[in-house]
Design a protein around this ligand. Structure first.
Ligand code: NAD
Length: 500
């Protein structure tokens, strides 16, 4: 059967690629190839840049209120297409529908935020900063912005970027993950229906080749990236070398620390959801539990019982808790980590490889895995596995637990489970991690805050979305004015001006 080809979206319509390289897009629940995706090249990107440049000239001059109206309409359209978008996420990513719907909602919330742009773009004004002198600042768009996004949130992560960039008056080129690109296409079509002029939002497909073309293109002024840490490091350095403003968010290994005074039942429920939701393919997944010795056994028993009860199967079936992994290669990589954990002497309490769903010949399924007595030098603790694998370490006290989180290479999210306010307060003040939950396992900030980790979970000075997003996608212009009377005396003065 002839495969469907997903074209680029350039200047408001589908455009076929000049590349002869194509990748496969799978339905991970069946393992079937459902479409082909062009691996775009420099020539394709040039078309997108020409469209974005042309559109920028008038979009950047469009009134702020008109830009906000487009966002209001967009929000309405996203809501009326909620079901279709959710199904698209599940079809290409595999996560269960309820999880896909939640991730879409978190993206729509960024559009809600973008609707407030008339207020958010207000500058500052100070009168009489010197005698007869006033000073004000305004935020102006930058030009063509770009975004490269990961597979695990095909709607939410693109929406962390383009709504804010666009409502600030920029045009945008999005390069979504080559593994699940269809959602981005629908998001772009809906922007057109919302009244966005053609060329303001463009979507190009591909892999390193087109990402490098974006990084090297002199007309593209900003580069936003979300993905794995090695690629984040690479794009941060290359974008900086090419003079672009860059924000690059990377990988994670999020710890849940459980103190002796935590409610163990509630804690176990939260950790199970955060560890195995989306099959562990979330940058804010809990992949490490650090338990104080005195509660470790009871927590372990509960985690094990609950993990065993999870139902695994196609995301379209509402009875399932967990869908497949994204590709066969990724499943093999996660299984290899389970083997490494076993070889290094960790206690393998639940082996996802033995789950019946893992050996079925359809789809990229892997059962949940739980390790206990994991040590801090094991690869299953150190590396981001990005699958349904939860590892548990035991420590003697709170400070040893916090030390583990602080020493880890990644610093994206962390959660503390406790009923003791003073411990929580000390934790919030001292932990070396960017997003902190107290009795909240997945502390993804709402759209009016901003998202970003610390250490090797982020490169560049800017978090994503919220006011950080507005600042990232605008340049500040500060104006000093003086209106002297025609006949006012003004002597020549070569000294650095000071105010009086
Ligand atoms: P990835 O790094 O493989 O790919 C991300 C994007 O970069 C894709 O669009 C891909 O086409 C492109 N890319 C891949 N290799 C490249 C290269 N060598 N040069 C240039 N571009 C390249 O990540 P993924 O597997 O799609 O997503 C999972 C990763 O993303 C995990 O590490 C996860 O923690 C991370 N992630 C982080 C956050 C966050 O906010 N910190 C959010 C979601 C996902």
């Amino acid at each position: 059967m002839e495969q469907k080809i997903i074209d680029h979206w350039i200047n408001g319509s589908f455009k076929s690629s000049s590349s002869d390289r194509f990748g496969d897009v799978f339905n991970p629940a069946t393992g079937e190839v459902i479409s082909k995706l062009p691996m775009g090249n420099k020539k394709d990107l040039e078309e997108a840049v020409i469209a974005a440049e042309g559109a920028y000239a008038s979009w950047s001059k469009t009134s702020i209120t008109k830009r906000a109206q487009v966002m209001f309409k967009y929000k309405e359209l996203l809501e009326s297409h909620r079901e279709e978008l959710t199904e698209l996420i599940t079809l290409e990513h595999g996560k269960v529908l309820i999880d896909a719907a939640g991730s879409l909602q978190r993206g729509i919330e960024v559009v809600d935020f973008a609707c407030g742009i008339p207020h958010l773009l207000k500058g500052e004004y100070s009168e009489q900063v010197g005698t007869g002198v006033d000073c004000y600042s305004i935020r102006q768009p930058i030009g063509i912005c770009s975004g490269v996004t990961p597979f695990n949130f095909p709607a939410m992560v693109p929406m962390w970027m383009f709504p804010i960039a666009i409502v600030c008056g920029n045009s945008f080129i999005l390069k979504p993950s080559e593994k699940d690109p269809s959602c981005s296409m629908k998001l772009a079509e809906l922007m057109q229906q919302a009244g966005l002029p053609d060329g303001v939002l463009n979507v190009v497909h591909g892999d390193k080749e087109i990402v490098d073309a974006i990084l090297e293109h002199p007309s593209i002024k900003t580069f936003s990236f979300v993905g794995s840490t090695p690629v984040a490091q690479y794009v941060h350095s290359k974008a900086s070398d090419n003079g672009k403003r860059v924000q690059a968010l990377g990988g994670a290994k999020n710890h849940a620390i459980v103190l002796a005074d935590a409610d163990i039942e509630q804690t176990a429920n939260s950790i199970i959801g955060a560890a195995y939701g989306s099959a562990g393919e979330r940058c804010m997944a809990i992949s490490v539990v650090v338990a104080i010795d005195s509660v470790a056994d009871s927590l372990k028993d509960k985690l094990l019982d609950k993990a065993k009860e999870l139902k695994i199967g196609p995301g379209q079936n509402s009875e399932n808790d967990m869908g497949p992994l994204i590709t066969a290669e990724h499943k093999a990589k996660v299984m290899d980590y389970i083997q490494q954990g076993q070889d290094s002497g960790a206690d393998l309490l639940l082996d996802g490889r033995q789950h019946p769903v893992t050996s079925q010949d359809k789809g990229f399924f892997l059962g949940p895995t739980l390790f206990d007595h994991v040590k801090s030098d094991m690869s299953i603790y150190l590396d981001e596995i990005f699958g349904p694998v939860l590892v548990m370490l035991r420590v003697k006290d709170f400070s040893e637990a916090m030390e583990l989180a602080n020493q880890h290479q990644f610093g994206n999210g962390v959660a503390l489970f406790t009923s003791k306010g003073s411990a929580a307060r000390e934790f919030v003040n001292s932990v070396q991690v960017g997003m902190v939950g107290i009795n909240v396992a997945i502390p993804v900030p709402l759209s009016f805050y901003s998202f970003g980790g610390w250490k090797d979970s982020i490169y560049g000075a800017s978090n994503i979305y919220g006011m950080d997003g507005v600042r990232f996608y605008t340049r500040t212009k500060t104006v000093t004015t003086r209106w002297p009377d025609i006949d006012e005396d003004q002597d020549i003065n070569l000294a650095m001006p000071t105010v009086d």
